[in-house]
Structures are given as structure tokens and as C-alpha cells.
Design a protein around this ligand. Sequence first.
Ligand code: ADP
Length: 375
Amino acid sequence: MSKNIEKNIREILNATNFEGEEKKLVLSSNIQNIQIFGNDVIIDLNINNPTLQFKDKVKELYIRTISNNINLELNIEINLNVVELKKEKNIIRGDSIEGIKNIIAVASGKGGVGKSTISANLAVGLANLGYKVGVVDADIYGPSMHIMFDLHGVKPTSIKSNNKIRIKPLENYNVKVLSIASFVESNRAIVWRGPMASKALNQMLWDAEWGDLDYMIVDLPPGTGDIHLSLVQSIPVTGAIIVSTPQDIALADASKGINMFQMENIKVPIIGLVENMSYFVPKELPNNKYFIFGKDGVKNLADKMAITLLEQIPLVQSVREASDAGRPAILQVDTEISNSFISLCENFIKSIKERNINLAQTSKVDITHNKGCSS
Ligand code: ADP
């Protein structure tokens, strides 16, 4: 039902002109988003005329035309986003971000396999080793870095730099953090459409004052969608880490993720795979290992695809507790799990060094259509 209403609204928007004018007001490519919740309709449109008069005219015309053509009591809200259409294309920039040496995408095929947990522990571990680290939480389906870094409810502020207002990333455990959760309430993030999320990603990358970073870690949503393409189109990504559990269905999706980064027109090197939740050891039976999600699934995939296996991380209750408490488990002193995360960081550094010696810098991806990549 709401799909039909959305379709009708799109057709109405596409067909509506100012009286006496031939020119369409809104091109279909400028309809950013139509959300329908019961009788409430929220429409996001890009326009390129910033005057108040034009905005009022557009809103009045569309609300009237939609109401006249759809036989339902709808509460219509129209949000107009002023963009200079030519410049909008430039949001996709191919240059490196000044001061940032390595940009690492952390991806997974499936959700819930521990991608964000790995991103957070890797970031804190690298910072503990003396590297300058930033984290961008681009996981639109479940932003969680603000919780894992004990920054829940803390809003980024702005600072003035070179006469430009820029976003000041939050910071904890010597890691700078920006999350998509700061740009939208997390319970609304899921209804975002690709273009809005991509815009927020670009803001986090380009409009923030990151300073010098050895590693910027980008926690991507699960799957292979618009955000992944936006990232590789926006900046030269140094490499990707793929996280998976050893379970068959997770592996199948992880392979799709690997294939996406290795596609001819994307070509982002895979720094390594991480097998998470590899096994469980009960405290009372320390010599017993239980392979709940299967044994060595990611290890075997890494061997098969000739990709480095960065670590096999066990399933440990304190990992979950540490994440929820906002203090990543790598900060525990000399436990099996903290040592496992430290080993992950060391293997990561080895792998990235090899990558940087053996391969040229990744160039940004120049694709205008995201055919072939879907979530
Ligand atoms: P994703 O980012 O892939 O969706 P998360 O990192 O949010 O996954 O992890 C999903 C859940 O599993 C979280 O509750 C997290 O604390 C927990 N978790 C992740 N890795 C482990 C682990 N090795 N041991 C125990 N719990 C884990």
C-alpha cells in the first residue's frame, strides 16, 4: 500500500510544473527520499534555488497537487535541501584527505558477526601502540561506536579552521570518533536512503577536523551497498578488512564482500580476514573448546582465496560486556581475549606494511552507476 502511494507521489512530483511554465521543477534524480508512516508522508527534495519565495512556492504547489490527486488524508511534510547541482557532483572527491595516511574499510557480509567490535578493538589497540587513529562509524543499520567508546549522547562540536566551520570529532582512549548516529537519531538511521547516508559519510570524511592520522578506520554497514560505493568513490581506500564468523551462511556473504572489493573497477586490496566467535571456552572447563559456529571456516576461506587471516577471536562473554560498558576488551590487562586482540593489531600492522611496500596507492573509484553491487 505505502509502496503504491510512494509510486504515485513520485509520478506526481515528476509531472508537476509551475502553471504556464514548461520546465519541470524537480528532476526525478532530485527526489532524495519519500518516507511513509501511516498517513504521514515525509519527502526530501534537492532544489537549486535557495530563495525563500521559491521554497514556499514549491512546498505549496506539491502539497496541493499531491492532495488533489491522492484520495487520502495525508499529512505531507516537504524538506527542501538546497544544492548547487553542478557542485553536488563534486561531493565525490577522489583525493586523499590531507594528513590521513591509511584509510581502512572494515566490512562484513552479514550483520551481527562482530564487525564493529573488531573495528573498535583494532582502533584502541593501534592507539595503544602509539599510532594516531580515527574511527568513522558508517554503519547506518546499527551505529554502535558511540556506545563502544562510552560516548553515548555526546554530540560533536564545531571548530573554526582556516575560516571554515568544521566538525570536531569526539575522542576517547586516544581515538577520534565520528558516528553517523550523531547525524540522525539511531532509531531513524535504518529508514535513511543511500544518498542521505552517503552525504553524512562525506561530511564525516571531509568536513571534520581529523588532524594527522596514521589510520582512519571506517566501520561499514553489513553487505555491499551504496555506502561502500560512496566510500570507494570518495577517497582512495588503502585496504579492507572482512570480518566473519566461521558459519557457512556468514562465509557465503563474506565472499561476496571480498569479491566486491576485488572487482575490476573497485580494486581495494584486502588487508586480511578476521574470524570472530571462532570458539567458546567455558570458564569451568578451560581445556574444552566448543566450535559453536563451525571450525576454521574463515581460516579455510582465507587459505582458498590466498588472503591473510589476521586472527581467530574467541567468543567470550567479557567482549560483549566490555562493548556494552564502553571500554573495549583489548584494554583488559593480559587476558586471553585482550592478547587475542593485540595479536590482531600486530598482524594487521604487518599486513598493511606489506601492502604499502608491494602495492601502489589505491586510486579512487570512478563509477557513476552502482550496478552489480546490492545489499
Ligand atoms: P556487527 O558490527 O557485525 O553487527 P557487533 O560488533 O555489533 O556486530 O557484534 C554483535 C554482538 O556480538 C554485540 O553484542 C557484540 O558485543 C557481540 N560480540 C562481538 N564479538 C564478540 C566476541 N568475540 N565474543 C562475544 N561477544 C561478541
